[in-house]
Write a protein that binds this ligand. Structure first.
Ligand SMILES: [Fe+2]
Length: 331
């Protein structure tokens, strides 16, 4: 068996497997294997690459669902009330002790600081609705750590339930009005953060769809030999997984949308995904320099591997969950 075929498509049932290790090589055009190995041990993940990188330790944090609010949110209570009541008390993923989402986020950042984590990857639903108070508080806490971070939105971050407008329109409005400081001057829909020889790419797929400019941006990044970690909120389609693996899922669309009434939003697109979204999917799993995809949204930890590329979905940080990821050069 050729090395690159060692794993072409594999699915792990979750992180219940105590220690798992894979060779995930794939040759670039210049003949260099950029992907080395990928291992998991509960919420700890090790990614080794043949590229020239310096060691990096990151915390992947997703789906905290912060809902703190103040008088600035009074005008929007009609649209925030359901999600404002969610995730008030959550059983910690290790100890089962009860914590609020706010406490979980704060405790995760304290741990990251204590453990000298280099980078924080935030993949959306950090907020349950676009609350100015929550954004101010989270930013203050993040800045206090002095740890660089990248943020990409989830479907709840910009969503005021019942407010008129398409998902794309609401995302545009509330990203600009309330979430903007989270992007640190970068484009909210696509951006790149370089750290120790690794490029963290943020692509906002929180409407389940990819826009043409995001596809072009991603294609450009795959031409480089810099290893990439792709950060998105909604996991990419994997056969056998539920509909919440909804980006480029062939079954996604108006007919499979069971959540539009409770979330008081427009139904998903009639006819399913756009060609751009489906093309993006192909580009991702053929990208020679992609080390891993990090996503959230499902609130359950899982790992899938397609074409040698792992997709790590972390559970919700409302329960204190984070993935502790080490990236290093192959020995
Ligand atoms: Fe979520």
């Amino acid at each position: 068996m050729k090395r690159r075929n060692f794993i072409t498509a594999a699915t792990l049932a979750g992180l219940g497997i105590p220690l798992t290790s894979f060779l995930i090589n794939n040759k670039q055009k210049n003949g260099k294997d950029i992907r080395g190995t990928f291992s998991t041990n509960n919420n700890r993940i090790s990614i080794y690459t043949n590229a020239e990188v310096k060691p990096i330790r990151i915390f992947h944090i997703t789906d905290t669902h912060l809902s703190l609010d103040d008088e600035r949110g009074n005008l929007y209570q009609e649209f925030s009330k359901r999600m404002a009541g969610a995730y008030k008390s959550n059983a910690h993923f290790k100890t089962s002790e009860k914590y609020s989402a706010k406490e979980s986020f704060e405790n995760t950042l304290i741990l990251a600081k204590e453990q000298d984590v280099d980078f924080l990857a935030l993949t959306g639903d950090i907020f349950s609705f676009p609350s100015k108070a929550a954004v101010d508080w989270a930013l203050q806490k993040l800045n206090e750590t002095n740890i660089p971070f990248a943020y990409v939105a989830g479907n709840h971050d910009w969503h005021f339930e019942g407010m008129k407008g398409s998902s794309q329109e609401l995302r545009e409005t509330w990203t600009e009005k309330h979430l903007k400081p989270m992007y640190q001057g970068n484009h909210p829909l696509y951006s790149a953060y370089n750290f120790n020889g690794v490029r963290f790419l943020c692509i906002d797929n929180s409407t389940y769809e990819i826009l043409p400019e995001q596809l072009e941006f991603f294609k450009m990044q795959t031409k480089s030999e810099i290893p990439i970690i792709l950060l998105m909120h909604i996991p990419l389609y994997m056969p056998g997984r539920a509909m919440d693996f909804g980006c480029a899922n062939p079954n996604w669309g108006e007919k499979s949308d069971n959540g539009f009434e409770i979330e008081r939003r427009n139904k998903w697109r009639k006819g399913g995904h756009t060609k751009t979204t489906l093309d993006f999917y192909k580009e991702v799993f053929n990208a020679p320099n992609l080390l891993a995809v990090l996503a959230g949204h499902t609130h359950r930890p899982s790992i899938d591997i397609k074409n040698g590329i792992p997709q790590v979905v972390s559970s919700h940080n409302a329960t204190g969950y984070y993935s502790d990821i080490q990236i290093d050069k192959m020995p």
